[in-house]
Design a protein around this ligand. Structure first.
Ligand code: PMP
Length: 450
């Protein structure tokens, strides 16, 4: 086999990137992407010999780490056997991936519609809900991220949607609970939950329940700040949906497949949605794959009526082979249980200990391998370390924090005034301690801005 003629130095890789690659979410002239030379397990490295412990899992997708030999081998084997095939056929590896996923999703979510990623999963879940109910509107939370395609970006509450929010007809946002920065002036979790449910009820009453197809929520909102909901909230939303004939969609693109120490975050809250979207961890992102797990009731809507939607690469054999191998590895290596233990015994206590020492840490929240530190100027007022959507000089404290992490060999996930601790679910205790030590040093830099 011939080796492709690739650039051999970091500088050459970067030069070609800067000349020809148009990057996501970026002002093209203002970015300076790291040239990555390789990755293994929880680490990656550049061409200059700098090695980083990855506390981002890529974009929170390498749940079993980089280059797992069994998944790499499964992709190679599938490429040799049947590298691609159109979606309208029954293909062994696609059937098996669907079976394994359906076995793990909660309740009667037993039919799988495959996509190439999360946003397409959300687009299709919403379409299914609208066709199933015959209603137009979808309710979603302000503090949310659901993807960057047209419906998904409109559902996303985060103000980044403004720039591309050209056709938001039918989307209505509401406030989901978040005690640390409560929109309801609640003093405790029980009040926050009660008020958030009352707010949702009144949103539905004002919009007209008969016009609402679906409510979509991330089970544990990720990009917006890793905010586990208070006990009872999701069960309350489930009950509201049932009462009004509204489809309940849980978006588990980020929180699924072990991330929270359960197969799905919904398992923590004993709630079963009507549709569940997934991607990322389903095959650790080795080949793009996402999908919608569909309840029996909604699937039946399309038993004798064609589902009007599809994708050329739906259930691509390479992606499905990677999923089958990943799910096998997760069982063999007890990845879900390990993420739970990592959160309970190492990351949770370790991050809380950092919060005690560093005045810049306002709150630590999370579970499993899914944590956020909310960094603040002032613990009393909870004023964020940098203003919302800050850039340039205004963002300097977070930029200094990120630079200090990298100097200490840690690649951090930084979003506004937060750092998310979202490593591989397979992170060892020793690796976690190494990362916590680097965070400790970097938080001393953040403390200077309190
Ligand atoms: N939903 C959630 C909860 C996500 O976190 C993301 C991606 N971060 C998406 C949807 C969109 O997924 P993708 O980028 O694969 O389209």
């Amino acid at each position: 086999m011939s080796t492709p003629d690739l650039p051999q130095t970091g500088a050459a890789v970067k030069a070609a990137d800067r000349a020809h690659v148009f990057h996501s979410w970026s002002a093209q002239a203002l970015i300076d992407p790291l040239a990555v030379a390789g990755a293994d397990g929880a680490y990656f490295w550049d061409y200059d010999g700098n090695r980083y412990l990855d506390f981002t899992s890529g974009l929170v997708f390498t749940n079993i780490g980089y280059q797992h030999p069994k998944v790499v081998a499964a992709i190679q084997e599938q490429a040799g056997r049947l590298a691609t095939f159109a979606p309208a056929f029954a293909v062994d590896v696609r059937s098996e991936a669907a079976r394994l996923i359906a076995e793990r999703t909660p309740g009667d979510l037993d039919k799988i519609f495959f996509t190439n990623g999360g946003a397409e999963a959300v687009e299709n879940a919403v379409r299914m809900a609208r066709l199933h109910t015959g209603r137009p509107k979808v309710l979603s939370a302000y503090r949310s991220y659901h993807g960057a395609t047209s419906t998904a970006i409109n559902l996303t509450g985060d103000p980044r949607r403004w720039a591309s929010d050209t056709a938001s007809a039918g989307v209505v946002h509401f406030w989901a609970p978040f005690l640390y920065r409560s929109p309801f002036y609640a003093g405790n979790e029980a009040q926050e939950c009660e008020r958030a449910l009352a707010h949702l009820e009144s949103t539905i009453a004002f919009e007209g329940p008969h016009t609402i197809a679906a409510i979509i929520l991330e089970t544990v909102p990720g990009t917006a700040g890793i905010m586990p909901p208070p006990p009872g909230y999701l069960a309350g939303v489930r009950e509201i949906c049932d009462r009004h004939g509204i489809v309940f969609i849980l978006d588990e693109v980020m929180s699924g497949f072990g991330r929270t120490g359960r197969w799905f975050a919904a398992d923590h809250y004993d709630v079963v949605p009507d549709l569940l979207t997934f991607a990322k961890g389903v095959n650790s992102g080795y080949v793009p794959l996402g999908g919608v797990a569909i309840s029996a009731g909604i699937a039946a809507t399309f038993d004798h009526r064609p589902y009007p939607g599809g994708l050329t690469y739906s259930g691509h054999p390479l992606a499905c082979a990677a999923a089958v191998a990943t799910l096998q590895v997760m069982a063999e290596e007890r990845v879900v249980e390990r993420a739970d233990t990592l959160g309970e015994q190492v990351l949770g206590p370790g991050l809380r200990a950092l919060a005690e020492r560093h005045p810049s840490v306002g709150e630590v929240r999370g579970l499993g391998a899914f944590w956020a530190l909310d960094l603040v100027r002032d613990r009393e007022t909870r004023e964020p370390l940098v203003p919302y959507n800050a850039t340039g000089e205004a963002n300097a404290p977070m930029a200094a924090f990120a630079a200090a992490c990298k100097k200490n060999g840690l690649w951090p996930f930084v979003n506004m005034n937060r750092t998310h601790v979202v490593p591989a679910c397979t992170l060892t205790e020793a690796e976690a301690k190494e990362g916590l030590a680097a965070l400790d040093a970097a938080l001393s830099v953040a403390d200077k801005h309190t």
